[in-house]
Design a protein around this ligand. Structure first.
Ligand SMILES: [Zn+2]
Length: 96
């Protein structure tokens, strides 16, 4: 689905109707269901709140992971470069 003027599928209620189709009402913000399908329940509201909070920190967490990955890759490249140097070889031999 998903046509102009309608909310994207992930913003629609995921509940099934008695007829077997999908409820296509707007899901409440941060929630997967509409008001009719339990969106007012405390447990659903709590989860929605948590989901929204997580969405805010996720970009920050992803950025941190990317920085960590870049640092590890740089370290690997550095190790590859120095591995063959005489002083490092000597160090490695002393360790054995
Ligand atoms: Zn619904």
């Amino acid at each position: 689905m998903g046509y102009p003027g309608h909310p994207p599928d992930h913003k629609r209620c995921t509940a099934k109707t008695r007829a077997g189709g999908r409820c296509l009402r707007w899901a409440l913000k941060g929630s997967t269901v509409c008001l009719v399908h339990g969106g007012y329940l405390p447990s659903v509201r709590r989860k929605a709140k948590l989901r929204l909070a997580l969405r805010e920190v996720q970009p920050e967490m992803r950025a941190q992971l990317a920085r960590d990955r870049a640092r590890i890759e740089a370290e690997e490249r550095f190790l590859d470069q120095v591995e063959g140097s005489p002083s490092i070889r000597k160090l490695l031999e002393e360790d054995q």
